[in-house]
Design a protein around this ligand. Sequence first.
Ligand SMILES: Nc1ncnc2c1ncn2[C@@H]1O[C@H](COP(=O)(O)OP(=O)(O)OP(=O)(O)O)[C@@H](O)[C@H]1O
Ligand SMILES: [Mg+2]
Length: 398
Amino acid sequence: MRMNYFILSEKRMYSTAVKMMLVDLKKSSKIFDIVSDLKADLALAKGTVVIIGPNSSNNPYDICQEITRTFPLTAVLLLLNKDNIDYKKAMFAGAVDVLDIESDEAEVIESVTKAEKVVQLKLEGDSSRDDDEKEGKVITVCSTKGGVGKTTISVNTAVSLNKHNLKVAVIDLDLQFGDVALLFDQQINQSIYDWVKQSYENGDKSIDRYVLHNKSGIDIIAAPTQPEFAELVTGEHIAYLLETMKKEYDIIIVDTPPAFVETSLVALEHSDIIILVATLDLPALKNGKLAIETLDLLGLKEKIKPILNRDSDSEGMTKEVVENVLGVKIEATIPSDYRTVISSINKGEPFVTMAPRKPVAKALMKLSEQLVNLKPVGTQARKQEKKKRSFFLSKNKK
Ligand SMILES: Nc1ncnc2c1ncn2[C@@H]1O[C@H](COP(=O)(O)OP(=O)(O)OP(=O)(O)O)[C@@H](O)[C@H]1O
Ligand SMILES: [Mg+2]
């Protein structure tokens, strides 16, 4: 991490002298004449040594106190006229050191080094706190009827969320017939089965080597390459996988098979949001109702976000009928567009990037925005975005 050096003094001769000393140490610095400019830059900087020189219009101890309280990732060094030095005040204001402006250069350098160490320690504490706080969210996509669009929705939602600058992983829990990797045109070198066999069961449990990094920016834990390997993966493995990956990713999307088997039930229990996919046909509705009843029994009904996929006028059924039968409000509708969906599958590129203007892609992007409860933003705004995001997701917590 690059350290910033800011010098504040109304008297240019002092600030320039300090700047030259830092140049000799191969450190570049910025000079400020007024406090408001310094504060504006501090608000954007992370990790700064602030050197405050003699000031006649402002009390340097007050400025020091304000800076150390408002910008915790800074260390302030006071370089003052001899008559103005008050160690007690300096300590109270949170200064790292206070020195006579006419001190030896070696003494000033020693204090600057001390200030750098303080900033370094603060930065380390700050980043470890970030890691501790990281608590990714799990979104499980399910239905108890096959072919309703779970995988299509999982894959396209993942890519849309990734466009929001979120770090996203997809776990393919359709352990027998999963095709998440196929939809991403991703070769399977390692699968969840390899992780269980080579890593988890050996006691090591590390996941990194079993994550497939797709060109789309999505990380994938693929389903086993052979259906018979599926039964070796258990709920215990899934619980560990999800809890560990939550520390690494902002969002983990779990695609599931069309049945509530043990592994998908564990994923559902560890989920913050459950996307339940319904379609406009009677078998899907009957199964959807049963799924809601089951999730209700498990105490998970609050987390359900019902989605209607393949919506079209030609099915002879409406969204209102679906809502009446299921007894829940449909929160997003995805139109039917066979050609776009099929050509995206055949090309191995999710349609939200392959054909972003198509209504089906726009519907998926809108769903992702609903999931993060915000408009698309750039990298810079990621921190703010996280705050807003947690608002929506926290509403969906137990
Ligand atoms: N919005 C849509 N419009 C048109 N076709 C769609 C749409 N969504 C999905 N399909 C098609 O429906 C089929 C099933 O989709 P998908 O594989 O995503 O369903 P699934 O629920 O994951 O199935 P399974 O239960 O077998 O895992 C695919 O052929 C896909 O092309
Ligand atoms: Mg599927």
